[in-house]
Write a protein that binds this ligand. Structure first.
Ligand code: AMP
Length: 426
């Protein structure tokens, strides 16, 4: 199957050639003809399957047929996170590089003015997170009265993040006659309900078994006491093939703590979580993509949809909260048929979660041990407990010794022993 056989036009074929794509992925082969035939489509596919091009390419083709008239908006793509919005935009720019198609992004955490201007001017495509878009639409910015396409990308995650009320209000303001495309990693009853609400006689395309982690990813679990997880991570990072490593932490404070430890061990590390400014997050992602930092430590929501080619390892430093999160996390590696490794650090109180995950994915995850690592070592000094409020300065207190009073951390290790890299200041 070739892109040409799917009926795509020469300007798009040229862009795909520039991008080095030789043939469509299964979701592209299934979805593109349906979208070109003006059918509403439900796409069940995880990121990493090529789903962005599956909806962008046919829309570009249909948009290219007639030019934009007036100050209207012809396409609205809604996605759960700012990172995903930026990523979709990058893809659209690449695929539309030989076409006179304009686009703009709308998301929170940055100034409104350019976004307001773009909405006022009209454009072929707005790629937005629901919250900020609704804000601007409530201020009557943007003429959506002749919208051709609505795309709901990662709809399951948008629901998880509580965006449904905003999405409902946005969709209410859109014309009923439009083509709607909805993509989701899973087809839960909630998503199914959403498709009845927003789509008209949709056709469903599905790739892979539902919730089946990418086949190209090797999954292993390291059983390790909680207090040795950081030391195990550092020891693994001594291996040179760990060159582009995405580490998942359940909490923002945990992510910062891991990053501080790695930096103390001279391992170039960036963080990605929602306590950071938008600029910080984009910089972190860019540095990771460019290979300037070897490790990116992220929380689940921030990492959703990260599209970085060639991630060699995904490390579940903390076990994910849900089995779906696990599937999304490990989908960050092994993308577009490259191979990757997903490692889960599992401490005794996470064993139950691991077993439940194994039942969910329908297979066992092999246990692995790192040769030469002392799994019985005493607890190194723990960093202080995360502050309850945004009182970040508490974190910078010396962890132990000296002043004594006021350290909320209750270090587990008692005294004395300090492992390499555990600096005195956190
Ligand atoms: P996505 O699932 O949209 O996040 O895409 C995952 C990755 O696959 C991205 O890096 C795309 O650039 C890449 N990709 C998408 N379609 C193709 C294709 N047909 N051939 C090769 N790579 C692709």
């Amino acid at each position: 199957m070739s892109f040409q056989a799917l009926g795509l036009e020469p300007r798009i074929l040229a862009a795909l050639k520039d991008a080095g794509y030789t043939e469509p992925t299964p979701i592209q082969a299934a979805a593109i003809p349906k979208i070109l035939a003006r059918t509403d489509v439900i796409g069940i596919a995880q990121t990493g399957t090529g789903k962005t091009a599956a909806f962008v390419l046919p829309m570009l083709q249909l948009l290219g047929v007639k030019p934009l008239v007036g100050r209207r908006i012809r396409t609205l793509v809604l996605a759960p996170t700012r990172e995903l919005v930026v990523q979709i935009e990058e893809n659209v720019r690449a695929y539309a590089r030989h076409m006179p198609i304009r686009m703009a992004t709308v998301f929170g955490g940055v100034g409104e003015r350019p976004q307001v201007q773009a909405l006022r001017d009209g454009t072929e495509m707005i790629i937005a997170t629901p919250g900020r878009l609704l804000d601007l639409m409530s201020q009557r910015h943007g003429d959506f009265s002749s919208l051709d396409f609505l795309v709901l990308d990662e709809a399951d995650r948008m629901l998880d993040m509580g965006f449904l009320p905003s999405i409902r209000r946005i969709v209410k303001a859109l014309p009923k006659k439009r083509q709607t495309l909805l993509f989701s990693a899973t087809l839960s009853p909630e998503i199914e309900a959403l498709t009845h609400e927003f789509l008209f006689q949709p056709s469903t395309v599905q790739v892979g078994r539902r919730s089946n982690p990418a086949e190209t990813v090797t999954q292993v679990a390291y059983e390790v006491p909680r207090h040795l997880k950081l030391a195990l991570l550092v020891a693994l990072l001594e291996k040179p093939d760990y060159n582009t490593v995405l580490v998942f932490s359940r909490t923002k404070h945990g992510a910062d703590r891991i990053a501080r430890k790695l930096e103390a061990c001279k391992i170039k590390t960036a963080t990605l979580h929602s306590n950071k400014s938008q600029n910080h997050r984009l910089r972190s992602l860019a540095a990771f993509k460019a290979g300037e930092v070897r490790v990116l430590v992220a929380t689940d929501i921030a990492a959703r949809g990260i599209d970085v080619d060639g991630i060699s390892h995904v490390v579940n430093f903390d076990f994910p909260k849900t089995n779906e999160d696990y599937v999304h996390r490990i989908g960050r590696t092994g993308r577009a048929n490259m191979v990757g490794d997903a490692l889960s650090f599992v401490c005794p109180d996470e064993h139950g979660d691991l077993r439940s995950l194994e039942r969910f994915i329908g297979r066992g995850i092999p246990r692995k041990r790192l040769d030469g690592f002392d799994y019985t070592a005493a607890a190194p000094p723990e960093p202080p407990a995360p502050p309850r409020g945004p009182r970040q300065q508490q974190q910078r207190r010396p962890q132990r010794g000296g002043g004594g009073g006021g350290n909320v951390g209750a270090p587990r290790g008692g005294g004395g022993r300090r492992e390499g890299g555990y600096g005195g200041r956190r």
